[in-house]
Design a protein around this ligand. Structure first.
Ligand code: 13P
Length: 283
């Protein structure tokens, strides 16, 4: 379907997906493994090797996010494989007297190509403001990193009917000053805070609705040609048992996996489930 037709649909029916996944085989399914503050050095190497071997013939884009000290050992472990890796955060500063911080350039120097920005454990656990997340996103993009930009509401906000408002506010602050060309290097992760590490996932319908709204917000800022290819993934208590049904929703382009990314076999079955789920909505 040509873009103009899709654009007309947006104008006439806000409830419909802006751009159906079937139109965009280029929206390659994405599965990220956010290891958070877990793994030993050897554990990280073993896990990275197992992931790299297990995804050799996968259609999904698979990116693992080890803790900072393991970026270099993981770089070795995934060398010459299809697995990419990235950092879980970065400093908003380029360099200098910033004790304990890690710059985008250092991350790039380790061979990483991705960074997570705005994870709720930083927004809520470390009081990172939406504006700081935006500045970090621009730093990542300036350093030629790709970024997983996390957004999502707390349970209190959801209960008050504010899910879309919160996602929109976080996106607006993060994307201020980000040009349309950069969207190709951004994956948006919808991670409802109440679903992270709780064993409680959003329903497929709720996640799909939030993803549609996120794509609408992107459509308010950018032209359809830029928005249609942006992958929007879901995170929050995804496991091998629920991945296939969650990711079969047309607006869910994959997932950002926490706890279940720490066991190679489970993570690989999530990758396989993502591939199966998205194949049925995208071909
Ligand atoms: P869990 O999969 O452990 O809920 O964590 C999700 C997450 O925060 C990924 O970034």
């Amino acid at each position: 379907m040509p873009h103009e037709v899709a654009a007309r649909q947006i104008a006439t029916n806000e409830e419909e997906p802006l751009y159906s996944a079937a139109m965009h085989p280029a929206r390659r399914p994405f599965v990220g493994g956010n290891w958070k503050m877990n793994t030993s050095r050897q554990g990280a190497i073993d896990l990275a090797r197992a992931v790299a071997t297990g995804i050799e013939s996968s259609r999904c884009e698979v990116v693992i996010f080890p803790p900072f000290p393991w970026l270099l050992p993981v770089a070795d472990a995934v060398n010459r494989s299809r697995a990419a890796f990235g950092a879980q955060d970065l400093s908003v500063e380029a360099q200098g007297a910033f004790t304990g911080q890690v710059s985008a350039e250092m991350i790039v120097d380790c061979g990483a190509t991705w960074a997570i920005i705005g994870h709720s454990e930083r927004r809520h656990g470390l009081a990172e403001s939406p504006e700081l997340c935006g500045a970090k996103l621009r730093r990542a993009l300036d350093a030629k990193l790709s970024a997983v930009l996390c957004v999502g509401e707390t349970w209190e906000e959801r209960s008050a009917g504010r899910t879309d408002e919160i996602n929109r506010m976080q996106l607006d602050a993060a994307l201020a000053g980000v040009p349309a060309e950069a969207l190709a290097r951004i994956v948006v992760a919808y991670e409802p805070v109440w679903a992270i590490g709780t064993g409680r996932t959003a329903t497929v319908d709720d996640a799909d609705a939030a993803h549609r709204a996120i794509r609408r917000f992107l459509g308010n800022r950018y032209a359809p040609a830029a928005v249609e290819g942006v992958r929007i993934i879901y995170g929050g208590s995804v496991n091998a048992g629920n991945a296939r049904s969650l990711f079969s929703a047309p607006e869910i382009d994959g997932g950002l996996i926490g706890g279940a990314s720490l066991k190679a076999a489970e993570f690989l079955s999530i990758v396989a489930a993502t591939e199966l789920a998205t194949a049925s909505t995208r071909s």
